[in-house]
Design a protein around this ligand. Structure first.
Ligand code: F6P
Length: 557
């Protein structure tokens, strides 16, 4: 049996005074009911709400008292959150396992700001790349950038995976209303050939530009898709290698690999190792976003990010949106044992936002050891998931309302619709408010009985209530608002990681599977029967697959 690393209690969050105080406090308040809390304090809904940089956060429907908040804020102080925030913004190498600074905040620092990494101010470099992206985007959007046959570009296909895909696709979907509708945008990420085949099936290669987005430019999925794209494009453009320069650009930190692929580094948009993949949608990885919405909207999005950064950096924790959201998440996760957080945007354009947040939150805080390598003694990152409202209401909300698990929810809504159609928006928002009300206050057996429900049916129709939620309300979904929202979650993740004392910026957990796949690929492809040395299950699966695949027609390109 594998040896288990032992926890070192000296360094764990549990040891902190505030943590211990929260444990005893939890015993007193865990049975508190939101009905009672609201009845006892008619001002609760106004008091437990904060508005900053245009986002209104109502956190009153969480199972917290003033004392809970006091202790959580104390926990943030004792965990060294102020110093950690400072260290991040100063460019210290807080990603200790990769020895890297964590400076996504520099990507949205305004011109003239200064953030020094290894003796160099990175802000001018950020703006030089932004200007290059803007120039390129303008040329593509205006038709000045021509394809190999002289036609303008009408289709842009981003090839990337993880942070090099989820941010771009989420932002494109979120900001579609601001995008150039005469152009088509597609996103290819999966190594499953279907993804590429479906993305290009109706595209004219002479009008198609591929953006190969990969921080490392070595990721198996992305490089496989990029090579397939190059073959597809060349085959239809007369095989002329020079066409690659007109139909492929790269976004990467790895110039050597970009030129090895055949892309002129003049057509490479740079970013840096201090930008984590899941924190990169506002770097050059956002090139497809900029082409879609134009440089001005992209800069507005960066401004939104920056406003939230400044709020996080400078606002006392009691009024600090990301800090409050992070602490509430720790409270539910570690004290109430909630295993997940549902993110429920009541805005159709945010349909990929929960998927985007899954990488941001779970790749960041899905960790089992603290910074000094000892096993954590409490639960770390919860599972994030969700779907846009109101669709979720007709599917999984049943479990949130009446199931046996506690599922804290983040409701996200906007006061002004992007498509004002009749009564739609009032109805949409009525559902947001109704859901948070139903979750918090439920319906008692007496209330159910009073409606004339027969006794045998009463238990089925009871809603226990007391189910926590946050509501985030903003004026309208704009590029600026999207930037604020993403930064809100980025900093909430950072707050949680700081409390748990883990490295929220590495992702060693994705390595093992990648390495094992590299070993299995030749075993699947070899003509001769390979000598298999896995466990009996994996060996059998490989053998069965080899038999099943036979010699299917290779229908390539
Ligand atoms: O899944 C692991 C990971 O390294 C992510 O962190 C990253 O966003 C993704 O792979 C893609 O990496 P790259 O941009 O280097 O292709």
């Amino acid at each position: 049996m594998a040896a288990r690393i032992q926890p070192n209690m000296k360094h764990t969050a549990v040891k902190r005074q505030a943590w211990k105080a929260l444990e005893s406090h939890y015993k007193k308040v865990s049975t508190l009911d939101l009905r009672r809390l609201f009845a006892e304090d008619p001002t609760r809904g106004d008091r437990m709400a904060v508005e900053a940089v245009g986002l209104y956060l109502d956190y009153s429907k969480n199972r917290v008292t003033d004392d809970t908040l006091k202790l959580l804020l104390q926990l943030a102080e004792e965990s060294g959150l102020p110093a950690r925030i400072d260290a991040m913004f100063r460019g210290e190498k807080i990603n200790i396992t990769e020895k890297r600074a964590v400076l996504h905040v520099a990507l949205r620092a305004p011109k003239g700001a200064s953030i020094v990494v290894d003796g160099e101010d990175v802000v001018p470099k950020v703006h030089a790349v932004l200007d290059k992206m803007a120039d390129f985007s303008d040329r593509v959007r205006s038709g000045a950038w021509k394809g190999h046959t002289g036609k303008r570009i009408r289709n842009v296909v981003n090839i990337g995976i993880g942070g090099s895909d989820l941010g771009p696709v989420m932002a494109y979907e979120a900001l579609k209303a601001y995008s150039e509708r005469a152009m088509t945008f597609r996103f290819v990420s999966n190594i499953d050939g279907t993804d590429f085949a479906e993305a290009v099936r109706d595209l004219d290669p002479s009008e198609t530009l591929f953006i190969v987005s990969s921080k490392t430019f070595t990721t198996l999925e992305t490089m496989t898709n990029a090579h397939t794209a190059r073959t597809w494009s060349l085959a239809r453009l007369g095989g002329d290698q020079e066409s690659v320069a007109k139909h492929f650009v790269a976004v990467s930190t790895n110039a050597a690999e970009v030129s090895k692929f055949g892309i002129d580094t003049a057509n490479m948009f740079e970013f840096w190792d201090w930008v984590g993949g899941r924190y990169s949608m506002d770097s050059a990885i956002g090139l497809s976003t900029m082409v879609a919405i134009g440089p001005d909207h992209f800069r507005a999005m960066l401004d939104g990010f920056h406003q939230m950064d400044e709020h996080f950096r400078t606002t006392p924790f009691g009024r600090n949106l990301p800090v409050l959201m992070g602490l509430l998440s720790v409270w539910h996760n570690d004290f109430f044992g909630a295993q997940t957080v549902a993110v429920l945007p009541y805005e159709q354009y945010l349909k990929r936002f929960p998927a985007y947040l899954q990488q941001l939150t779970m790749e960041s805080n899905g960790k089992h050891v603290t910074l000094d390598g000892t096993v954590v003694t409490r639960q770390t990152g919860p599972i994030y998931w969700g779907e846009p409202g109101t669709n979720g209401q007709h599917s999984f909300y049943q479990l949130i309302h009446q199931g046996t698990r506690l599922i804290p929810c983040d409701f996200i809504a906007f006061a002004k619709p992007l498509h004002p159609l009749g009564r739609h928006h009032d109805m949409l928002l009525a559902n947001v408010f109704a859901q948070t009300e139903a979750l918090a206050f439920g319906k008692t057996p007496d209330e159910v009985k009073a409606e004339g429900t027969p006794d045998w049916l009463v238990p089925h129709r009871v809603f226990e209530g007391n189910r926590p939620s946050n509501t985030i309300l903003a004026e309208r979904l704009t590029p600026e608002t999207l930037g604020k929202l993403v930064a809100l979650y980025e900093h909430s993740v950072f707050t949680q990681g700081t409390i748990w004392n883990i490295d929220s910026f590495d992702q060693w957990g994705v390595e093992l599977g990648k390495v094992l796949a590299q070993r299995i690929i030749p075993e699947l492809e070899s003509k001769a029967e390979p000598k298999l040395d896995h466990d009996s299950s994996t060996n059998s699966l490989i053998r069965r697959y080899r038999k099943m695949k036979e010699h299917y027609e290779d229908n390539r390109l």
